[in-house]
Structures are given as structure tokens and as C-alpha cells.
Design a protein around this ligand. Structure first.
Ligand code: ARG
Length: 460
């Protein structure tokens, strides 16, 4: 029987090729191949152990599956769109290898629990890899921060110079964000670590299967305790997409800053040639394309989250074919996140920091205005009054074209006799940073403590 479907029994007519293509998922779910084989190997072992099929049948199937795995790893497998998806492709290939006994593999199983199992195995694997890459990125940030503790740069609010800070402090802010991202993925792993296998189509099975055994064989921590839930929900994927959206938002913000910092106006850093590109017309150009691309790719990751949320939102229990739409967004997000993490780590570890330029841009501005106000407040003036006095001085300087540190002492003392010679030391940006020693602040002592804490955290 040419092109007989594995589900073909109750059909008289057949699908036209273009309709069949519309329904097929093999074009993308081929990526589940090794996980599908892993799940089948566990299933068949359990079927043999529980006596659902004869031991020699289980052995024959097992041998066939192992050969398929070897073929897959050697790149020898060709998939066929007329077999719709990865599950039916694998069964067809197994049948070619070992004959009709292959048909016993699908006893007490449905593609519904099979596909859910494959995706859990796949995502578990990817979450571990993403966890490793995040860890590496955090390490890169710590290494860089360690070199930049005493590098003084402008801290911004509203993208206006606000107060001077340490560059390490700025970097460590991202370290914290990526640490929380790591935690989110670790939590996500808990929900990917459940076995749906044995839920069958939706209601469980009449065969005496052992779900805990297959879960153990596949390395899952637990099973889904409700068969409908096991085949219906994709919240472990949605959680992954939500976590990925937050992560790529963090990456995108950092990229935006790198793009600013390597512009002519800032000149704070320069990205290495490995992560920059040129222009086909302007010979002088060195563009931060990779940073821009990560920033741009945040769009597709958010899109996949919204897309799969929308696919899921009105689905009645249990399986519906709509759920086949859960895959491409997940695969694309995995690829995007993994590559973006690698690129970010590479860009940060290879960039050059222009410490002088950073410092200089805190010396021709009013980012020391708070220092003067705090100075007066510490001498007993109510902070509001101090604020007003300094505001007036800033206005006076702006009109005259100089800065607070350029005001002569006589003028200061006209404004307030509380101001003495030591004001010039106070107004220096290094002093300002060094003195901000409140817990979690930018003071050098705080940063060194924070670096030590973070390093310990990464070790454990
Ligand atoms: N390719 C399908 C999917 O990805 C596998 C499950 C098919 N199940 C079914 N009852 N048609 O969702």
C-alpha cells in the first residue's frame, strides 16, 4: 500500500499533497529526533519489563532504535513529509529496519504524550545549556568589573549626567539582572522536569504501564499527575519564553548602552574588530552591528511569547492540533538566546575601555552639584535650602560658561560662609564616587565587597 498513513485505517480517501504539507510538522520538529528516540527507548524498555510486550520484541525494537540513533548522529537520516511529523517518521524508519514488530512500540502511547515528552526532554537540555551560557556571561562581567572598580564615569538619569559612578558599579547592575535571569531559568527547569509519558492520548491507558519507571529512565524528577494536564499544557514553554523575553530585554538594554558608549560622542569603549563591521560606502565606519542585532532580536522573542500565549488561550482540554504551533517559536527562541548570550560575552570580554575619556566626561559637567548640596547639609543647612543655593550657582555657572569647581573661594563664601577650601576636594568626581559608601552604593569599598560576594555566589 503506497503511502499508507499510520492512522489510515478508518479512511477511504487520502489527503492531497498540499493539504498534507499544511498539516506536517517534520519541516521543523525533526529537531526533536534524538529526544524522540530517547523517549521511545525508555518506553520500550518499560513495555518489556512490565510484560506488556514480550522481552524479545522489546529487544528487537530497542536494537532498531539504537541503530536509528546512530544513523541520526551520523547524519544519515532523511525525513519524509508524507510521514507528517517526527514521531511517524521515526516509526516508519523503524519499520523499515526491523519489520512489523516496530508496530508494537506504540502500545500504550499516543503521539500526544509522545510529543509532550519530546519537548520536555528538549527544553530541559536547552535550559541547562542556557544556564551554562548565562553563568559564563556573569563570569565575564565580574572579570571586567574587577578591572574597572576605580574607573569613574557619569551616571545618568533621563540620559542626562546625574552623579558620577564607578564603571564597575554599572557593570555589576547587569550582573544582578543576569543572576535573576539565571534563577528564573532554574525555576523553569523544575517545570520542564516532569514526564508526560504514559498519559497516552488524554485519559491514561488500560495497559499495566509503569510511568515512574519511564520517568526514571529518561531522567525526569517527577511525572505529571493528571493525564489531561500532561498532554494539554505548554506552560513550561511559555515560562521559557517569558524568561527569555526578560533576559533579552536585559541584553538589549546593555546593547543599547554599548552602542551609545562606542559612538563618537561618548567614546567610552571600543568594540573589538571581531564584533564590529564596516560600511560598504564609508571607509571610516566601524559599526556595532552585533549589539544592534541582539537589540533587534528582542522583537522576535517577545513575538514568540505573544504568539504561543495566543495559540493556547482558548484551547479546550485536551490535545488540539493548534498545539503543533508551539514549536517554531520555542526553537527560534532557544537559538536566539543562546547565540545572543555568546555574542554578549564575546563583546564584553574583548572590548577596550577608555578610562580617561569616561573620567574626563565627569569633569566638565555639573554631576558634582549634589556633592555641594550634601556638603552644606552636613554643615547643618536644611537640604532644601542647600539645594536652592546650589541650583542658583549652577545657573550662574551655566550662563558664564564654567563649572562648580571653577568658582573662586571668595564667591563661595559670599554665597555661604559654610563653604571652605576643602570644597574643591569634595567636588572631584573620584571623591564623590568614593564617598558613596551606603550599602549597595557606588563607593569603591562597597563595590569590592559586592565583587567578593558575587564571586562566591558564582563558585557555589
Ligand atoms: N505533530 C504533532 C504536534 O506537534 C504531534 C501530535 C499529534 N497528535 C495528534 N493527535 N494529531 O503537535
Amino acid at each position: 500500500m503506497a503511502n499508507h498513513k499510520l492512522w489510515g485505517g478508518r479512511f477511504e480517501g487520502s489527503l492531497e499533497a498540499w493539504v498534507e504539507e499544511f498539516g506536517a510538522s517534520i519541516g521543523f520538529d525533526y529537531r526533536l529526533a534524538p529526544y524522540d528516540l530517547q523517549g521511545s527507548l525508555a518506553h520500550v524498555q518499560m513495555l518489556g519489563e512490565t510484560g506488556v510486550i514480550a522481552p524479545e520484541e522489546a529487544k528487537a525494537i530497542q536494537k532498531g532504535l539504537e541503530e536509528l540513533l546512530a544513523d541520526y548522529e551520523a547524519g544519515l537520516i532523511e525525513f519524509d513529509v508524507t510521514n507528517e511529523d517526527i514521531h511517524m517518521n521515526m516509526e516508519a524508519l523503524l519499520t523499515e529496519k526491523i519489520g512489523p514488530v516496530a508496530g508494537k512500540l506504540h502500545t500504550a502511547r499516543s503521539r500526544n504524550d509522545q510529543v509532550a515528552t519530546d519537548m520536555h526532554l528538549y527544553l530541559k537540555d536547552q535550559l541547562q545549556q542556557i544556564g551554562d551560557k548565562l553563568l559564563h556571561l556573569r563570569q565575564v562581567i565580574l572579570d571586567l568589573a574587577e578591572e574597572q572598580v576605580e574607573t569613574v564615569m557619569p551616571g545618568y538619569t533621563h540620559l542626562q549626567h546625574a552623579q558620577p559612578i564607578s564603571f564597575a558599579h554599572h557593570l555589576l547592575a547587569y550582573y544582578q539582572m543576569f543572576s535573576r535571569d539565571s534563577e528564573r531559568f532554574t525555576f523553569n527547569l523544575k517545570h520542564a522536569d516532569l514526564s508526560p509519558l504514559g498519559a497516552a492520548a488524554l485519559a491514561g491507558t488500560t495497559f499495566p504501564i509503569d510511568r515512574e519507571r519511564t520517568a526514571e529512565l529518561m531522567g525526569f524528577a517527577d511525572i505529571y499527575h493528571n493525564s489531561l494536564d500532561a498532554v494539554s499544557d505548554r506552560d513550561f514553554i511559555l515560562e521559557f519564553l517569558a524568561n527569555s523575553s526578560i533576559l533579552i530585554m536585559h541584553l538589549s538594554r546593555l546593547c543599547e548602552e554599548l552602542i551609545n558608549w562606542c559612538s563618537y560622542e561618548y567614546g567610552f569603549v571600543s568594540l573589538s574588530d571581531t564584533f564590529s563591521t564596516g560600511s560598504s560606502i564609508m571607509p571610516q565606519k566601524k559599526n556595532p552591528d552585533m549589539a544592534e542585532l541582539i537589540r533587534g532580536k528582542s522583537g522576535r522573542v517577545y513575538g514568540h511569547l505573544i504568539s504561543i500565549l495566543t495559540v493556547m488561550k482558548s484551547l479546550p482540554l485536551a490535545y488540539n492540533k493548534d498545539l503543533q504551533e508551539d514549536k517554531e517559536g520555542m526553537f527560534d527562541t532557544v537559538d536566539t538566546i543562546q547565540k545572543s548570550l555568546d555574542i554578549m560575552a564575546g563583546m564584553l570580554s574583548s572590548m577596550t575601555v577608555n578610562k580617561e575619556r569616561m573620567l574626563a566626561s565627569t569633569q566638565q559637567d555639573f554631576s558634582n552639584a549634589t556633592e555641594l548640596a550634601d556638603y552644606l547639609a552636613k554643615k547643618g543647612l536644611p537640604f532644601r535650602e542647600a539645594h536652592e543655593i546650589v541650583g542658583k550657582l549652577v545657573l550662574e555657572c551655566s550662563k558664564a560658561g564654567y563649572y562648580l569647581q571653577d568658582i573662586p573661594l571668595e564667591r563661595y563664601q559670599q554665597v555661604s560662609p559654610l563653604i571652605e577650601q576643602d570644597i574643591y576636594q569634595t567636588l572631584q568626581s573620584q571623591t564623590a564616587v568614593q564617598r558613596r559608601n551606603s550599602l549597595g552604593g557606588t563607593g569603591f569599598v562597597q563595590i569590592r565587597q559586592e565583587l567578593a560576594r558575587a564571586k562566591n555566589e558564582l563558585k557555589s
